[in-house]
Ligand binder design. Structure first.
Ligand code: ADP
Ligand code: MG
Length: 326
């Protein structure tokens, strides 16, 4: 049974970067305003995330790693509203099957912090009281220590590190009010974004001023599809070496190849050959129209009226580009 659980967990958590994405989303769900990430050996030796969010109550330590259990469900009367596909109750459980997981946490009402480790979804012993500030520290060590197949499928630590950094950078841009610090252990090249920053300022920090200075704001609404869109996009006169596409739907970083292709196509008539746009979009859709049953390994998102919505966005973007050209 453990082997089956482990294989299932290895499907959810395929590499350090998607473990970290899940952990980041948990910290953001916990209303953290400061998040610190430390990575060793591309996230394989250590992946640690510390936040100042609401914390985990001592009594909840027993269930946080139970599969398909989520404390977040309590807050919702309407089950449809949980469709924010972050709430699957699978992340911590999965991590505990494929790594050494330690959780340290303190809520506002607790007098001290508690720490416990988890193996195969189970709390080990009882949470140990200790000193600590409000918030949560999740420590993931020796990822895939018990899954050689997964481990072998990974790239070099440097490449895995890059994928982790990419995810952190994108979340920092999207969540500009939250302060992020990203540390590669034994390296001073941290990524830091201040608290109460702006999207554009964080784009400058992460992608550089060359890109940031030329971006323009782009926003649109469409009543028929109940969509709201905000973002920053490449000006027609400016382009990047590679297509940088940051897409958040209802605040979750997702892939949508068909939207990406469509935007690339719109730009292709405006940008010089061999240049590409930078596009950061934050799209809000009715959560009940998003397919949450897609398997977690499929990062590709699906939603109702997808083709029409993509068309709508692409033509909105095109008019924006035409407008800025005149
Ligand atoms: P989900 O996010 O779908 O609820 P997870 O496995 O990601 O499932 O997390 C399980 C539970 O652990 C969450 O519902 C939440 O109660 C708690 N939790 C995890 N990370 C944090 C955190 N950083 N701060 C507060 N609570 C957390
Ligand atoms: Mg989660």
């Amino acid at each position: 049974e453990d082997v089956i659980n482990r294989i299932a967990a290895g499907e959810v958590i395929q590499r350090p970067a998607n473990a970290l994405k899940e952990l980041l989303e948990n910290s953001l769900d916990a209303e953290a305003t400061n998040i610190q990430i430390t990575v060793k050996n591309g996230g394989l030796k250590l992946l640690q995330i510390q936040d100042n969010g609401i914390g985990i109550r001592r009594d909840d330590f027993g269930i946080v790693c139970e599969r398909f259990t989520t404390s977040k469900l309590r807050e919702f009367e309407d089950l449809n509203k949980i469709c924010t596909y972050g709430f699957r109750g699978e992340a911590l459980a999965s991590i505990s099957h494929v790594a050494h997981l330690t959780i340290t946490s303190k809520t506002a009402s607790d007098v001290c912090a508690y720490q416990a480790s988890f193996v195969d979804g189970l709390l080990q012993g009882t949470p140990k009281p200790m000193a600590g500030n409000q918030g949560t520290i999740i420590t993931v060590e020796d990822l895939f220590y018990n899954m050689n197949v997964r481990k072998k499928a990974l790239r070099s630590p440097a490449e895995e590190y890059q994928k982790v950094a990419d995810v952190v950078g994108k979340y920092a841009i999207h969540n500009a009010s939250v302060g992020f610090a990203f540390k590669k252990s034994g390296d001073n090249n941290d990524i830091r974004t201040p608290q109460n920053s702006s999207h554009i300022e964080n784009i400058r920090i992460i992608y550089g001023n060359e890109i940031a200075k030329e971006l323009m704001e782009f926003s649109m609404e469409n009543q028929m599809y109940n969509l709201k869109l905000k973002g920053y996009i490449t000006n027609v006169y400016y382009s990047t070496k590679k297509f940088q596409f940051l897409l958040f739907i209802n605040n979750r970083l997702v892939d949508c190849q068909s939207l990406k292709k469509c935007i690339d196509h719109v730009y292709s008539t405006y940008l010089p050959k061999n240049t590409h746009p930078f596009v950061y979009l934050s799209l809000e859709l009715d959560p009940s129209n998003i397919d949450v049953n897609v398997h977690p390994t499929k990062h590709e998102i699906h939603f109702l009226n997808q083709e029409q919505i993509i068309e709508t966005i692409a033509s909105g973007l095109e008019s924006k580009l035409l407008g800025s050209n005149n």
